[in-house]
Design a binder for this molecule. Structure first.
Ligand code: SAM
Length: 307
C-alpha cells in the first residue's frame, strides 16, 4: 500500500503515561459490551483476504491485528510512540506507522476498509477526520467508526439529580464527550453512505466499581459546585449500599457506525459493462482514470485503475 511520508508529527497528549493508557485500553477491550460491539462491526465489515485495511488511532493495535488476520495486510496509524511500540510488540501480522488522522498518509481512494475507534472524542472537530476517511476509501470501500458518548453516562442508585451532576464530570474527560452521537452526521456530510448503526451499553459489574474513579467524579462535581459535599457523601453511601444489593449500575453507551463510500462510479461502471465503452464517456465520467483491459472504444470494459 502506498504510504505518504509525514511532514508534521503532532504528538499524542497521552505520551508519557503509556502504561496507564495501555491498562485502560486493555480494560476496555475486556468489557463485554465492547467485545460485542466490535464483533458486530467486524462481522458487518466482512473484510476479505487481499483487501487493504487501516486502523486509525490504533492504540495497542488489538483491532489492527484482527484486520490483518482477515486481510493479510493491515496498517495501524498511531501517533503515540509508546502505544505504537506496544502495538508492534503485540502483533506480528500488522504494521504500525506514525500519522495524524487529520492528514492520513495514504493516497486518495487507496484503502478498502477503515476502522476508527474512539478517536473522534479526542478531536474538537471530527468532521475533518470523516473527510479524511472518505478521501482514502476506494469507491465501495467500507468504514467502521466507533465511539462512546459521555452524555449517556448513568450512575445508580442514589439521588437522580445528584447522580446526573456526578455523571456530568465524565464530560470533562474528553475533548468531545458527545462524539458518539455525532459519528453518522459527520460521515454522511463527508459523502459516505450510512449502512447501519449499532450500540452497546458498556457497564461495570453490579457489585463493584472503580471506586477511586467514581469518587474523583464526585469530587469534581463538588469543586464545580454542581453538588454540595453533603450531597456527595450521601450519594457515595447510596452507591455502597447498592453494591451490597447487587444494584449498582454505571454505564456509558458506545456507538458503531458502518458506512460505505459512494457507489456512483461503480454504478456507471456496471452500466459500461452492459454497454459499449467510449473514450468520451470515460473522459466525462472517469476523468483521470484509464481503462486497463480494453483501452476504451473496443468492447465493454470491466476494469479501471486510478492514475
Ligand atoms: C482511546 S484511544 C483508542 C485506541 C484504539 N482505537 C482502541 O479503541 O483501543 C485513542 C487513540 O487515538 C489516538 N489519537 C489521538 N489523536 C489522534 C490523531 N490526531 N490522529 C491519530 N490518532 C490519534 C491516540 O493516540 C490513541 O491511541
Amino acid at each position: 500500500m502506498a504510504i505518504r511520508s509525514r511532514t508534521s508529527a503532532p504528538r499524542s497528549r497521552e505520551a508519557g503515561k503509556v502504561d496507564d493508557v495501555v491498562a485502560m485500553l486493555d480494560w476496555h477491550a475486556g468489557n463485554h459490551g465492547v467485545r460485542r460491539l466490535r464483533e458486530w462491526a467486524h462481522r458487518a465489515l466482512a473484510v476479505r483476504p487481499g483487501e487493504r485495511a487501516i486502523d486509525i488511532g490504533a492504540g495497542t493495535g488489538s483491532e489492527t491485528h484482527r484486520l490483518a488476520e482477515a486481510t493479510g495486510e493491515a496498517i495501524g496509524v498511531e501517533p503515540n510512540p509508546g502505544l505504537r511500540s506496544v502495538a508492534v510488540q503485540r502483533s506480528r501480522s500488522a504494521r504500525f506507522i506514525d500519522g495524524d488522522t487529520l492528514s492520513l498518509p495514504f493516497d486518495d481512494g487507496s484503502v478498502d476498509v477503515v476502522w476508527c475507534e474512539r478517536v473522534f472524542q479526542h478531536l474538537a472537530d471530527s468532521s475533518k477526520v470523516a473527510r479524511e476517511v472518505a478521501r482514502v476509501l476506494r469507491p465501495g470501500g467500507r468504514a467502521a467508526v466507533l465511539d462512546t458518548d459521555s452524555g449517556t453516562t448513568i450512575l445508580y442508585p442514589g439521588d437522580r439529580v445528584v447522580g446526573e451532576a456526578v455523571a456530568c464530570s465524565t464530560l470533562d474527560a474528553a475533548v468531545d464527550p458527545y462524539a458518539g452521537r455525532k459519528i453518522s452526521g459527520h460521515l454522511a456530510q463527508a459523502g459516505l453512505e450510512i449502512e447501519d448503526v449499532g450500540s452497546q451499553a458498556l457497564h461495570q459489574d453490579g457489585t463493584s466499581f472503580n471506586w477511586s474513579f467514581v469518587r474523583m467524579l464526585a469530587d469534581t462535581a463538588v469543586r464545580a459546585e454542581r453538588i454540595t459535599a453533603e450531597q456527595r457523601d450521601a450519594f457515595l453511601d447510596d452507591l455502597h449500599v447498592g453494591a451490597e444489593q447487587y444494584a449498582l449500575h454505571m454505564s456509558v453507551t458506545m456507538f458503531a457506525v458502518l458506512a460505505r463510500s459512494a457507489h456512483r462510479r461503480q454504478l456507471v461502471l456496471a452500466q459500461l459493462r452492459r454497454e459499449r465503452c467510449s473514450p468520451l464517456l470515460h473522459r466525462v465520467v472517469f476523468p483521470g482514470w484509464h481503462c486497463v483491459d480494453h483501452r476504451c472504444g473496443t468492447i465493454g470494459c470491466g476494469l479501471f485503475e486510478g492514475v
